[in-house]
Design a protein around this ligand. Structure first.
Ligand SMILES: CC(C)(COP(=O)(O)OP(=O)(O)OC[C@H]1O[C@@H](n2cnc3c(N)ncnc32)[C@H](O)[C@@H]1OP(=O)(O)O)[C@@H](O)C(=O)NCCC(=O)NCCS
Length: 372
């Protein structure tokens, strides 16, 4: 038997045709398409189609898909009631996990309501769930979620802010959704595959994934990165603070990666957009603070920013509340999770590894009354 690997690092735990995180000569790609080409040219909806249906849509297929997503944006009344009942201080990731679980009781997966129907409905409805809950508790309004914005990026921003979003903001959110959509056997996707492998339903697999994404070592890192950047008033203060964190062996969120060793190819893309946004909103400080943290991490630890670091700034400049950063990751990664659920089902094999036992050796059972 092979020696165990802490955190399964470096272990090939299965095969996938959905994406590759750096197969030699290919770089990060979704079904063979480079992430740079997709981020530059594609809409999130095209990418979601590619991931869940296995191919890029033709114009006709794309129009039909977009029309379907648009038709799925109404929240069931019972779900609205639940969203109103959930407290204003809830973590938005808990709202999505609970909303997903509840939707599974109202619209369970059946032969008629297929896995692709559930997948499309969740992609269409997650932004509505979050914004309905948020605006109800923040502004005391029951927002209309059946809006006609073509893109999910525009739809989300309009529900969140209550007005038509600027083109630059829509573009940045779209790019970030493309970048976040899929990443091979990351922790949340693996959790979804494990749940799926037992023969469980689609909603259960997505709930497992959301719960796994919430942690700061995974999706929660973008929120933690923003909190870090905002902690400092100047780049000099940031340098001092990060050096102190490193001296105390604290993790600096938004840096490092389990698979990438020298850079995260998604980071440069979102960094450029974050810079454009910073200039457009007249930011003179936050971007410089982030860049200084980046420089210190490279210099002191040879660690590089992952997708979460500059995404945090980009979202911040789009006026997205920090607690919604990881939920935005959910909106996008649902497409990747769905693709893996479908692939895992086709494989039809239970995921059940073995552990190396490190507990006490065999010993006799002592009845309760004789134990001291
Ligand atoms: C992503 C992450 C979990 C990968 O973990 P990993 O593969 O177990 O990391 P490694 O074991 O290769 O780390 C090597 C060393 O770098 C350190 N390190 C890694 N990421 C670090 C970070 N963000 N800040 C400070 N030190 C870090 C580790 O503590 C370790 O130090 P040591 O050798 O002195 O023990 C880790 O980099 C991390 O926690 N990053 C911050 C959270 C984050 O941004 N998550 C989103 C990932 S996309």
């Amino acid at each position: 038997m092979s020696t165990p690997s802490a955190g399964l690092a470096g272990i090939i735990a299965g095969e996938t045709a959905i994406s590759s995180v750096g197969k030699e000569g290919m770089g990060l790609n979704y079904r063979g398409y480079s992430i740079n080409a997709l981020a530059e040219h594609a809409t999130f909806e095209e990418v979601a189609y590619l991931l869940t249906r296995g191919k890029l849509p033709t114009q006709q297929e794309f129009t039909a898909y977009q029309k379907k997503l648009l038709s799925l944006r109404s929240l069931p009344d019972s779900l609205k009631t639940l969203l109103e009942l959930m407290s204003a201080s809830s973590n938005p990731m808990d709202i999505l996990r609970t909303g997903c679980s509840f939707l599974g009781t109202v619209e369970p997966e059946t032969h008629e309501h297929t896995q692709l129907d559930v997948c499309d409905r969740l992609i269409a409805l997650f932004p509505a769930m979050l914004c309905y809950w948020y605006r109800f508790h923040k502004d005391g309004v029951r927002i209309e979620t059946q809006l006609s914005n073509e893109s999910l990026a525009s739809y989300f921003l309009e529900m969140l802010h209550g007005n038509t979003p600027e083109a630059l903001l829509r573009q940045v959110i779209n790019v970030s959704l493309v970048l976040y959509a899929e990443h091979e056997f990351n922790a949340s996707t693996f959790a979804a595959r494990v749940t799926t492998s037992t023969g469980s339903d689609f909603y259960s697999a997505i709930c497992s994934a959301i719960g796994t994404l919430r942690g700061p070592l995974h999706g929660g890192a973008n929120e933690a990165a923003m909190e870090l950047i905002e902690r400092f008033k100047t780049p000099e203060e940031a340098e001092e603070g990060v050096l102190e964190m490193l001296a105390h062996k604290e993790l600096v969120m938004g840096f490092g990666h389990r698979v990438y060793r020298t850079s995260d190819p998604r980071s440069d893309v979102i960094k450029n957009w974050a810079k454009l946004l910073a200039d457009s909103v007249g930011d003179t400080n936050l971007f410089s603070i982030a860049e200084r943290i980046d420089q210190v991490m490279q210099r002191e630890k040879h660690l590089f920013p992952n997708l979460d670091f500059y995404s945090a700034l980009a979202y911040h400049f789009c006026n997205v509340p920090t607690l919604m950063f990881t939920p935005l990751f959910v909106f996008s990664r649902t497409a990747g999770w769905a693709a893996h659920i479908i692939e895992q089902r086709e494989l039809g094999k239970l995921i059940r590894p073995v552990a190396e036992y490190t507990g006490p050796s065999s010993r006799p059972y002592v009845p309760l009354e004789k134990r001291s």
